[in-house]
Design a protein around this ligand. Structure first.
Ligand SMILES: Nc1ncnc2c1ncn2[C@@H]1O[C@H](COP(=O)(O)OP(=O)(O)O)[C@@H](O)[C@H]1O
Ligand SMILES: NC(=O)c1ccc[n+]([C@@H]2O[C@H](COP(=O)(O)O)[C@@H](O)[C@H]2O)c1
Length: 200
């Protein structure tokens, strides 16, 4: 049995979830683990000196729980797939003994233990203007308070990205303003290549 873990990271609203879901649909024997599902409860997330809740740090996430879920997949991908309601399939390009886990999130490469599990790393980037625009129409729980993007989210993105670039190599940067189909075909072609190598 072979296992491949693909990391789809990037800026908030860069298109990580969209790309991950589409990739998952194309890869029969794949599952997705999303970092967004591991945020701590608002009551335990502290605020900074400006009163902004500090959501954009690893401390705001239950990374231990996320790692445990990934560990379950690593131990038995087939059972993991079944528990997610997916049946294992065999196709010409995807044999039934090769499993793909897609891990997506805005801070996946900043977490050393998680980053070290990844076989391939993609980082979706978009400009400040595009990011601000996309984020303004997204509603989080709790919703962004006024000034949150400029006063907290974007500065934290720059900080986290700097830290990532200081420690992580082998990141494939993708332009998140490309058409969804273009992004998908780029990543899918790479994964197909990896599956071929894995089969040899
Ligand atoms: N390639 C793309 N081009 C234009 N808009 C996109 C693209 N990918 C995603 N979006 C839009 O951007 C927003 C954020 O996408 P999402 O996948 O949730 O981002 P993330 O998971 O990185 O926060 C959504 O409104 C989505 O429809
Ligand atoms: N519980 C939540 O899901 C929650 C709450 C508040 C903020 N956020 C935001 O989620 C962002 C990361 O997720 P995305 O990459 O999907 O945008 C962070 O910038 C963070 O500010 C999420």
């Amino acid at each position: 049995m072979r296992k491949i873990i693909i990391g789809i990271g990037g800026v908030t609203n860069g298109g990580k979830t969209t790309l991950s879901k589409s990739l998952h649909k194309l890869l029969h024997n794949s599952c997705v683990v999303s970092q967004d599902n591991f945020f701590k409860d608002d009551s335990v997330v502290p605020a900074d000196n400006n009163g902004f809740k500090e959501y954009d740090t690893l401390d705001a996430l239950h990374m231990d729980r996320m790692m445990a879920v990934i560990g379950l997949w690593q131990k038995d991908p087939q059972s993991f797939m079944s528990s997610c309601g997916y049946a294992v399939k065999s196709t010409a390009t995807e044999p039934s003994n090769v499993f793909v886990l897609i891990v997506e999130g805005f801070l996946i490469f900043n977490h050393g233990p998680l980053n070290s599990l990844l076989n391939k790393r993609y980082f979706l980037q978009i400009s400040y203007e595009t990011c601000r625009e996309r984020r303004s129409s997204r509603v989080y729980v709790p919703p962004d308070p006024p000034g949150y993007f400029d006063g907290y989210v974007w500065p934290m993105y720059l900080k986290n990205r700097r830290a990532m670039e200081e420690t992580v190599n082998d990141i494939v940067f993708l332009d998140g303003t490309q058409k969804s189909e273009t992004l998908l075909s780029t990543v899918y072609a790479d994964v197909q290549e990896m599956l071929m190598v894995t089969q040899r």
